[in-house]
Design a protein around this ligand. Structure first.
Ligand code: FMN
Length: 318
């Protein structure tokens, strides 16, 4: 089955706003959807299952209000951590079934029965991977698309070059590939498609949006940052992740000491827990965020840049 990535014409820019813990909100997702971009949030971004259900209701009613006004909003997506360590997973998946969430962004672990259950109610599942091996496993289990998280991504990051990873995944499948890692402009979206992906996935670009939960200090730090201000380490929770260096320093962490840590070394878990609120994630694309705007404005700007880039490339190639 070929997947219609425009979702019947509702998606007008091949972009998903990536789910971000303690950053994404229904307001941000709805703003993206209104601009023809797939908006998302993580189920675990809510404190309880009741809160998660309230967010789903907010999405459903927000989308309905737009439709009643004659608009044609893009669908929204929910991020589910499909790993046995996520105690909320069974109940959160049941809520996605109840609300028939059209697109689920699955991450971590073996999806077990998740893909079958999502397919049974007519939903699609795009699984987040950082290597060809994990893509292979997800495809075998029935994923409808692969989110290729490459080097330079914010939060938990991949470590492979995008040209290498997209190629390796494309050798496995014709299904959609959604590219993530330091993308932040309309040109980047087009570049992702040219290199063999189908859609782009952007997190960092949306952190400083007015609808985000990110603290003002976090947004201000992001606006002042460039790629060299981003540090990748596995020492916090065992998985490679990218953070803003000044935020690591502000919480008392020593970058030189982090650099000397060996694979598998982790800093004291209590220290991390106590300070986690002040450690701020960012991808290397942070310099593409220069102002605090609404997500609608960002999506409109990306759409404009994407169209201009397409024109420029077509003219240049003739
Ligand atoms: C602050 C922050 C929180 C994140 N939280 C999640 C999360 O809860 N679930 C998830 O699958 N990915 C999470 N990510 C990763 C993003 O979904 C996405 O893969 C990443 O932002 C893409 O790279 P970019 O930031 O360079 O655009 C997070 C990223 C950031 C920056």
């Amino acid at each position: 089955m070929t997947i219609d990535l425009t979702f019947g014409g509702r998606v007008r820019l091949p972009l998903i706003t990536a789910p971000m813990f303690l950053v994404s909100t229904p307001e941000l997702a709805l703003a993206a959807c209104s601009a023809g971009v797939i908006g998302s949030f993580p189920a675990h971004g809510t404190r309880t299952r009741d809160d998660f259900e309230r967010w789903l209701q907010q999405m459903e009613s927000g989308i309905q209000v737009m439709r009643d006004k004659g608009l044609n909003p893009a669908p929204y997506a929910v991020n589910l951590v499909v790993h046995p360590s996520n105690k909320r997973y069974p109940g959160d998946l049941a809520l996605c079934e109840k609300y028939k969430v059209e697109l689920i962004l699955t991450s971590k672990g073996a999806p077990n029965d998740a893909f079958d259950r999502i397919h049974q109610y007519g939903g699609l599942a795009f699984h987040d991977v950082a290597t060809k091996r994990h893509a292979e496993k997800a495809l075998k289990a029935g994923a409808d698309g692969i989110i290729a998280v490459c080097t330079g991504a914010g939060g938990h990051t991949g470590q492979q070059n995008p040209f290498a990873l997209v190629h390796e995944i494309r050798q496995l499948t014709d299904k959609p590939i959604i590219l993530a890692g330091a993308l932040g402009t309309g040109q980047d979206i087009l570049a992702a498609q040219v290199m063999g992906a189908d859609m782009a996935y952007m997190g960092t670009r949306f952190i400083a949006c007015k609808e985000s939960l990110a603290a003002d200090d976090y947004c201000e730090m992001l606006l002042q940052s460039q790629a060299t201000d981003v540090f990748e380490t596995s020492a916090l929770d065992g998985f490679p992740a990218s953070f803003l260096i000044p935020s690591l320093r502000n919480t008392g962490l020593d970058i030189e000491q982090l650099k000397r840590m060996l694979p598998g070394d982790k800093i004291n878990a209590d220290t991390v827990k106590k300070r986690y609120a002040g450690i701020w994630a960012s991808g290397q694309g942070c310099s593409k965020v220069t102002t605090r705007e609404s997500a609608v404005t960002v999506c409109e700007q990306l759409t404009c840049e994407y169209q201009t880039a397409k024109q420029r490339v077509m003219t240049a190639l003739v």
